[in-house]
Design a protein around this ligand. Structure first.
Ligand code: NAP
Ligand code: MG
Length: 495
């Protein structure tokens, strides 16, 4: 394997103060307030960020509305496409810097963040391709006389994107893709823990030729997100984050009838049948939950193992998990970094304590890591619980940390019922060599993605999203762009 080289510290971080990006310019918050962003591996202060309030939200939304009426609104799809392809090249060219910003801001190992390069480029190129495919239809009608009817597809207008912190640059690109392809404009609020790569992405948009005001990066805390989701000048909200905040956003959006899509939390089942290829299933089951320190919405956090192989599987899983290298995100061999913040760490440790209280047994892990290299940061051991009952808190609630709950099962019908006994429905995994089992599980599981003999596959061309409390709407795939378009019916009476 090629040795991974860690790039130098991004030049951006030579400046401590970072402003938001509105109408093509970097501006401080009108209040003058700032908030801090820190490196969760060390506690080091990375930057102070403009702390946007409702008045900044208003400025950003007005800039985005004005941009709809400017050169962007008159641009042909082919021109937007050219800009997006240039942006894809720029994002790839600068990806080492973007990945480093995310590694420092989020704590994810550089070996992981740099892997997002191929996906970022592919996403932008996929949506660029869609720009020139947007078209209305000529439709027959039964009206008396000679009457033509056709549809026009128009950009929906100003889109507010509100993002979580667990995959910052990937999320920025994913949100911007359909906005730029459809000719909408964007006010994007990155999470307060990870604002840096979004600001750099906004600059790259300008460099690629995206006109001023089309992509605005509004930095701030939850109240800025709330102001954005209630602003009457916003036509659509694309939210990714927790189910609780998703509910608030639906309420806020109701007053001005905004279109909303919400990609929320999960408690995804990963199901291993006795006939599975265990050499593949063991490491995959571990990384389904320990990748990104468990901070993935579709993480496979409920592991169901068929009785005949349960004990052997759990032994191998524990052995593999103990080999996962946790530590400095800037060490190229690190596989798992810290969790994002002290509050997130405390929340995860409380879930672990609760699991012990409720009678689950830790097979491996279960504590905060301490000692040299760990003390300044928020490191938690990869943790596996066995003897978990289906109604325990760790079996039901999203933890968003490196904690796996393992269960034993006997039959297809039983595991299907237990896998579906959750309010969520985001990801799911099935490990079997039996074609019929694979298809029956794929049909039976209530979740937006079913991964058979793999986990966490994503592609720009394939839809991703949730059932139930995991939200609604699908990002990626051929139909995602529809969420960004209005359909207008035009009737022409020729008589
Ligand atoms: P979060 O607390 O819901 O925050 C998400 C975003 O919403 C942040 O930018 C946050 O701002 C903002 N926000 C907070 N309160 C708000 C309000 N009242 N109105 C509008 N916006 C508000 O989620 P998180 O902790 O960042 O991320 C973890 C969650 O995201 C997990 O539940 C995870 O499952 C989910 N997630 C889902 C997917 C998916 O595709 N389904 C992908 C990734 C993550 P602040 O940062 O300033 O609080
Ligand atoms: Mg940070």
């Amino acid at each position: 394997m090629m040795q991974l080289t860690i790039p130098p510290r991004p030049i951006l971080l030579e400046t401590l103060e970072h402003d938001m990006l509105i109408d093509g310019r970097r501006v401080p918050a009108l209040s003058g307030k700032r908030f801090e962003t820190r490196n969760p591996a060390t506690g080091e202060l990375l930057a102070t960020i403009a702390h946007g309030g409702a008045e900044d939200v208003d400025r950003a939304v007005k800039a985005a509305r004005a941009a709809l009426a400017g050169p962007w609104g008159r641009m042909k799809a082919v021109e937007r496409q050219r800009i997006m392809l240039r942006l894809a090249d720029l994002v790839e060219e600068h990806f080492e810097e973007l990945a480093m910003l995310d590694t420092l801001d989020l704590g994810a190992p550089y070996s992981r963040t740099i892997m997002g390069k191929a996906r970022a480029g592919a996403l932008l190129r996929y949506y660029a391709g869609q720009a020139t495919l947007i078209a209305g239809e000529t439709l027959p009608n039964g009206a008396p006389g000679d009457v033509l009817s056709h549809t026009l597809k128009e950009p929906i207008g100003v889109v507010a994107a509100i993002n979580p912190w667990n995959g910052p640059i990937g999320m920025s690109v994913w949100k911007a893709g359909p906005v730029l392809a459809s000719g909408c404009t964007l006010v994007m609020k990155p999470a307060e823990q990870t604002p840096l790569s979004a600001l750099r992405f906004g600059e790259l948009c300008l460099e690629a030729g995206v006109p001023d005001g089309v992509v605005n990066i509004l930095t701030g805390l939850g109240d800025a997100g709330a102001a954005l989701s209630a602003h009457p000048g916003v036509d659509k909200i694309a939210f990714t984050g927790s189910t609780g905040v998703g509910e608030k956003i639906l309420h806020a959006a109701a007053a001005s009838m905004k279109r909303v899509t919400v990609e929320l939390g999960g408690k995804s089942p990963n199901i291993v049948f006795a006939d599975a290829d265990l050499d593949k299933a063991v490491p995959a089951a571990a990384m389904a939950v320990f990748a990104n320190a468990g901070q993935i919405c579709s993480a496979g956090t409920r592991l169901f193992v068929q009785s005949a192989i349960h004990d052997e599987f759990m032994e191998r899983l524990a052995a593999f998990t103990r080999t996962i290298k946790v530590g400095d995100p800037l060490d190229p061999t690190t596989q798992m970094g810290p969790v994002v913040s002290a509050p997130q760490m405390d929340k995860i440790l409380a879930f672990i304590a609760g699991a012990n209280m409720e009678g689950a047994r830790p097979l491996t892990g279960g504590t905060r890591m301490s000692g040299a290299g760990y003390d300044g940061g928020y490191f938690i051991e990869p943790t596996i619980f066995t003897h978990v009952a289906d109604d325990m808190t760790i079996a039901r609630e999203e933890i968003f940390g490196p904690v796996l709950s393992a269960f034993r099962f006997e039959t297809v019908e039983e595991v299907l019922a237990r896998a579906n006994a959750t309010e969520f429905g985001l990801g799911s995994g099935v490990w079997t060599r039996d074609l019929a089992t694979a298809h029956r599980m794929a049909r039976g599981i209530r979740a937006g993605s079913v991964w058979v003999n793999c986990y966490q596959m994503l592609d720009p061309g394939v839809p991703f999203g949730g059932y139930g409390m995991s939200g609604f709407g699908r990002e990626s795939g051929p139909h995602h762009i529809e969420d960004y378009l209005e359909t207008k019916a035009v009737w022409i009476n020729l008589d």
